[in-house]
Ligand binder design. Sequence first.
Ligand code: PRX
Length: 649
Amino acid sequence: MSDHTIETLSGEDRRFPPSAAFAAQANVHADVYDEPFEAFWERNGRERVTWFEPFTELYRWELPYAQWYLGGKLNVAYNCVDRHVEAGRGDRVAYHWEGEPAGEARTITYAELQRNVVRMANALKEIGVGKGTAVAIYMGMVPELAVAMLACTRLGAPHTVVFGGFSADSLSDRMNNMGCEVLVTQDEAWRRGKPVPLKTVADEAMGAAPGVRATLVVRRTGNPVPMTEGRDRWYHELEVSDDPASCPCEPMDSEELLFLMYTSGTTASPKGIAHTTAGYLVGVATTHSLIFDLKPETDVYWCAADIGWITGHSYIVYGPLCNGATSVMYEGTPDYPNHERWWEIIERYGVTILYTAPTAIRAHMKWGHEHAEAHDLSSLRLLGSVGEPINPEAWMWYHRHIGGERCPIVDTWWQTETGMVLITPLPGVTTTKPGSATRPFPGIEAAILNEEGERVEQGGGYLVLEKPWPAMTRGIYGDDARFRETYWSRFPGHYFAGDGARIDADGDFWLLGRVDDVMNVSGHRLSTIEVESVLVDHPKVAEAAVCGRADATTGQAIVAYVTLKGNEGPSVEMLEELRNHVAQKIGAIAKPANIVFTPELPKTRSGKIMRRLLRDVAENRSLGDTTALADPSVVSELASRAAEAPTDD
Ligand code: PRX
């Protein structure tokens, strides 16, 4: 966390109080903050979810593990789908799905969603999925992705969705870690006008994940793909019933595993972040309703994330569906076939609530506001941001050009581990400030601590959570020690998020980014060490160090410093080879924006790579104290090489 950031932010004195008109119709009022923690979560637990058997104990916290809504039985698919149909709301649209190729669209009502989920659940049963079978899902943004997740939850089978941009290695690692027996995938996905060969990548991944014995393949593009006899089945060829009575919703205990979502940390292996049934569902439904002021009868809500990340799980699938919302789901990229695509979608469906990431907002800023101006965006009434700190310029652009200066903006801070938003304005209640996520959600106790673990009333420090919350992770799958070490050892008794933050005189929080070796590229977390170990795994690389540097569009971009082996000389071909190597091993998102070849990395006398110096070099900062270096000349040499290195932006 640099002092520079703190100064810039404290210069921000614009204030945006809620309008009287918005406040008058809002789902919440200021008194929500007065409700005691237990009462708040007890009430939301009873009101937002339909229980097969009511819970008998609100929560139990045996540090660091919390359990919520103990004694209860429920089913997530029942809450997200069936109960809406049973209540006579089957005709309401669950998803307006828009494919990437022009003119492809599907409207899916809750009644249709129910039939689709039952059909998929029966298909999964047919290939041997039952309660407790771990299922991997590797798909693009098609309705069947949400359907597959819901089908798993209907059967009580925990899932892990792997983002369709990840490589075969990333997929097999995750499937092996979770012990997946079944994989749901699709032939290919559309991305920026090109087919992405998901099934082919999945085949390669299954080659390294022998535990996967059956595959269900959804047809999307229709192009031929290899199918392995006895293992792979086309979804559309399975003759199974879509009658809800043929596949009842499995009653699950509150604390049974719902899904794992893998995320990067400070080591090379991704962590399987575990979320369980009841607390997660209550948490995402409550936050989705209050933070987005959702009116399920009239709103058209669009979270423009990918379901392959936690944002999509919580706020495209589980939160909105539990609340009976009508959502937009879009398959492709914002710039296909041109920069107007998003604004066209908003106009076409009359989107009222838009939730996206600062990296997307900055990309649109770069492309120009004229694209938005060419469309009628007057249906919008609320905007949201997530994934990284939003810089005040981007906030103001979003406010002016997209929100027409009338929409409240909710800057929502949370993580894969938190499952739900924890720090955010409440629309109609909170006075917002560009760049501040403002205050903890009702029922959430957050604080800022200094190095010594003392509470900071005003100023910068480390963000911690002091009490459990329903959707908090139940740990890292199969790795209790790593869970305790990563989140609970820095400040005993507190959940340490890994983010720096500042609290101002009004008690508002300003997030300042990660304080560990984790980069935030386009709102997605990647660890420096994960990328380093992939680089070192290349036969021609002797040593590598990776860091993030500030990037105007993606937040951070990856810079790699690489020392080649013996007689290998740096070349443009080598650079491309290494970038592609990383893309192949992890996924395109991890491709370094630039690679600096260097005969030596800056190290301390004890041989530790000095990452702080590498970040300074990457961001052209003055190099500060280099006295700890074994060989100080390495850095000036590096700085001149970095200045010459080709970049990707
Ligand atoms: O550094 C914070 C940043 O994203 C991290 C969590 O990343 P991930 O688990 O991939 O989840 C992203 C979507 C929830 C956090 O530790 N972050 C997320 N939202 C914000 C943010 N930083 C500042 N402001 C936010 N609104």
